[in-house]
Design a protein around this ligand. Structure first.
Ligand code: OGA
Ligand code: NI
Length: 367
């Protein structure tokens, strides 16, 4: 790790304007991290260097994130009760679980991963046309927080807002438009089912979270983590928690996703046909800390590219005036509200301005 330290101090000595110049030069290529890999760089630029990890190594021997089988969850009351208690336990501790037999056909999952791969591996000139940092129905770039984060991630991403107003097919890239829209519809259905189970896990009416609008908005990120020549020096995605109500994540077979539990990184191993579900900051806020929005990250890898598709339930862009604060039914004299009320837009704006710097945006909204 000595090399890291040397490079880091060289990085910090670099003048601020030199760094901005380098960031801009990278941004202007519009080719993202994949462009660096295509150019066969043997060493990664120092912009991508991260300080050495302050928490120990992953130990997935002690702890295993549960894989919950949703077969018959709507048919058999006993099965439903078991599932609800597993979801409750996972949401209160890890903030993460995986689901199988969730109703989305495995063929749709693999078509979605293929669609993301096709987008990144298409002709660079076609891709450059949609590279932007402006707000559009479809946005492709590298590092959404390029100019604000302390260290870059070895990852390119596209973003697409699928609900409440799905984009028109022609607003999406030709190579993945059909599957993106189809996948979005499936995820919304699954999301509604999960919000019902989560409501029950909180002891509320099954429709409670849905009626609060938690399932109304869906934003999708298609991530591409190219193989990295020096994976130990950088990060695929910096440690963060998600700024939504709930996230449904599809990952491929490469691995590298980890969650922080008791100061240790725990692997979330790829499981065929499974989707990873995690609690977002806004669900932690409205459950008054009962459900946990847990920090997670993705390691860079040298086996890639790794593909993942993250679907965020949030009405981020809609600027709905609706205020969200701790759910009254969950509060008591012993459990007073821990957060002030906020709108989804205000929360998302604060989160994005802060960038992925390893701190939680929730603190800003604590009473
Ligand atoms: C995210 C995220 C994990 C992954 O997009 O917020 O945590 O595996 N993604 O790409
Ligand atoms: Ni995340």
């Amino acid at each position: 790790m000595e090399g890291t330290a040397t490079n880091e101090s060289a990085g910090t000595l670099k003048s601020h304007s030199g760094r901005v110049h380098e960031l801009k030069a990278f941004d202007d290529t519009k080719a993202g991290v994949k462009g660096l890999v295509d150019a066969e760089v043997a060493k990664i630029p120092s912009l991508f260097h991260h300080p050495p990890d302050k928490f120990g190594k992953a130990s997935n021997l002690e702890h295993v994130i549960p894989v919950i089988d949703l077969t018959d969850v709507n048919k058999d009351p006993n099965t439903r009760q078991n599932v609800v208690s597993m979801i409750r336990e996972a949401s209160e501790t890890w903030g993460f679980f995986q689901v199988v037999n969730h109703g989305i056909p495995v063929s749709v999952l693999s078509d979605m991963k293929d669609g993301v791969k096709r987008f990144y591996e298409q002709d660079i000139e076609v891709k450059k046309k949609v590279y932007t940092r402006e707000l559009k129905p479809f946005v492709y770039n590298s590092n959404f927080d390029l100019y604000s984060s302390p260290a870059l991630n070895w990852r390119d991403s596209f973003a697409c807002y699928l609900a409440p107003n799905a984009p028109k097919p022609e607003q999406l890239p030709e190579v993945c438009r059909v599957i993106l829209l189809e996948y979005g519809e499936h995820v919304i259905k699954l999301g509604i089912a999960l919000f019902e189970l989560l409501s029950e896990a909180l002891g509320l009416h099954p429709d409670h979270l849905k009626n609060k609008g938690c399932a109304e908005g869906l934003m999708t990120l298609g991530h591409y983590y190219p193989a990295c020549p020096e994976p130990e020096l950088t990060m695929g995605t910096t440690q963060h928690s998600d700024n939504d109500f709930l996230t449904v994540l599809l990952q491929d077979h490469i691995g590298g996703l980890q969650v922080l539990y008791q100061d240790k990184w725990i692997d979330i191993p790829p499981a065929p046909g499974a989707l990873v579900v995690n609690i977002g900051d806004l669900l932690q806020l409205i459950t008054n800390d009962r459900f946990k929005s847990v920090e997670h990250r993705v390691l860079a890898n040298f086996l890639g590219p790794r593909i993942s598709v993250a679907c965020f339930f949030s009405t981020d862009l809609q600027s709905f005036p609706k205020l969200y604060g701790p759910i009254k039914e969950l509060l008591s004299e012993d459990n007073p509200p821990k957060y002030r009320e906020t709108t989804v837009a205000e929360y998302a704006k604060y989160y994005k301005a802060k960038g992925l710097d390893g701190t939680s945006a929730l603190q800003h909204f604590r009473i």
